[in-house]
Design a protein around this ligand. Structure first.
Ligand code: CMC
Length: 375
């Protein structure tokens, strides 16, 4: 019998399946050697995306040139705008992102070129355009018209402006920026591993990103941030929180935003995001939701020893920024595209087809019974 390598609990738990220079969670979580604490406190998302893709932090001139290229690419081909307008109003926004990523391939002149330069150009276009796909569909769903990004503004500011039609405060833009930095990359998570598997077949970058979006949609991965808000809305006032969570835990309900395959003692992203979330809650009069979240978190940590993961504060943060719940996981897509692309390019640069084996658990060999003789 083949030896099982699926990890102690299955799901490849604890198994090292490859090498990467993009990010590590060992010791301090870092992107290419820079801690996420430093990056979240001091870098713009665009700088971090550049770091992930090019391997080094940009110079001031390099960052300006990168932003100019993103600004110039921030437009959607007319047929994509028409298609987004034609999609049913209740389409899942993650399905819209998946379709959008796939459609963008058809209008990208570099689509079939898997070389590093072409992949960098394609990634820059995806970084500029996927937020527009998200914003455009949301604008159509809410009775508004298509609007272009402002090439002179940050990705964080553009997302907030296009979704809310309001000028974001400096605090709102910074909070959005930090969430994008923290969502940008996370080693061999399920969606990144998906992207690497697709890249390992030498399929093109748009295929890898589109597949990764599908993997991110699931509630055990990126989809958790939308369900966090559903929980908080269902619980309601802080006074209901203790009885709600004790009842849910007794019924063995899986509480979204808690637990992590790698972090058993705490998610460093949560530590960074929670105070940002608290400040924003105060600024926007949402202290009651913070109190509710606090009661739930304390009980889950005490009773189940499960730490809150990044989705726990990020969902609240997006709520306080006035963003609709349906966009929370698509926002994760906008940020993580940089990490996915960095991994796909790393895979292409030193490729070997990812093709593991399975332990067979089906029937032993048996004689074929012709159709006419089967009962
Ligand atoms: N609520 C309640 N119980 C939980 C939770 C939770 N969120 N997470 C794990 N457990 C329990 C689980 O029921 C099991 O208990 P028992 O041993 O009694 O059966 C035990 O903890 C181990 O769970 P597991 O599913 O084997 O652990 P895992 O390492 O595979 O889980 C996880 C990782 C993220 C899938 C899981 O913690 C989970 O489902 N969390 C909720 C979804 C979520 O928040 N996902 C976001 C992850 S971080 C950001 C991202 O990637 O998007």
């Amino acid at each position: 019998m083949t030896k099982s390598t699926s990890g102690a609990g299955g799901g490849l738990e604890g198994i090292v399946v490859g090498q990467t220079a993009v990010c590590t969670l060992d010791g301090r979580m870092s992107y290419r050697g820079y801690t996420i604490e430093d990056l979240a406190a001091r870098a713009e998302y665009e700088e971090v995306a550049y770091l992930l893709l090019y391997g080094e932090l940009p110079s001031a001139a390099g960052l300006q040139a990168f932003k100019s290229r993103l600004g110039a690419a921030a437009e959607l081909p007319a047929p994509i705008i028409d298609t987004l307008r034609a999609l049913p109003a209740n389409t899942s926004m993650m399905d819209v992102m998946r379709t959008g990523s796939s459609m963008l391939a058809h209008f990208d002149a570099d689509v079939a070129d898997n070389g590093r330069e072409a992949n960098l150009r394609k990634t820059e276009r995806l970084l500029a355009r996927l937020p527009l796909v998200m914003a455009a569909k949301h604008r159509f769903d809410t009775g508004r018209t298509y609007a272009d990004a402002d090439p002179g503004r940050s990705l964080a500011a553009n997302i907030l402006r296009l979704v809310t039609d309001r000028e974001p405060s400096r605090e709102a833009e910074q909070a959005m920026n930090i969430s994008l930095v923290l969502y940008a990359e996370h080693e061999f998570n399920a969606s990144t591993f998906t992207a690497r598997c697709v890249a390992s077949t030498l399929a093109d970058l748009h295929c890898a990103i589109t597949a990764a979006i599908g993997a991110l949609k699931g509630p055990l991965h990126g989809g958790a941030n939308e369900r966090v808000l559903e929980v908080l809305e269902e619980v309601g006032a802080p006074d209901n929180a203790e009885s709600w969570i004790r009842d849910a835990l007794a019924r063995k309900v899986r509480i979204m935003g808690f637990g992590h395959r790698v972090y058993k003692d705490g998610d460093p992203r949560t530590v960074i995001l929670t105070p940002v979330c608290r400040r924003l809650a105060e600024a926007t009069g949402n202290q009651a939701m913070e109190q509710t979240a606090d009661v739930i978190e304390k009980i889950i940590v005490a009773d189940k020893k499960l730490p809150a993961n990044v989705d726990w504060p990020s969902a609240r943060l997006y709520y306080y920024l006035g963003l609709p719940v349906s966009l929370y996981t698509p926002l994760f897509v906008c940020a993580r595209t940089a990490g996915w692309a960095a991994h796909a390019m790393e895979q292409y640069a030193n490729n070997r087809l990812i093709r593991p084996s399975a332990e067979y658990t089906g029937p032993a060999l048996r004689p074929f019974v012709p159709l006419a003789q089967r009962g």
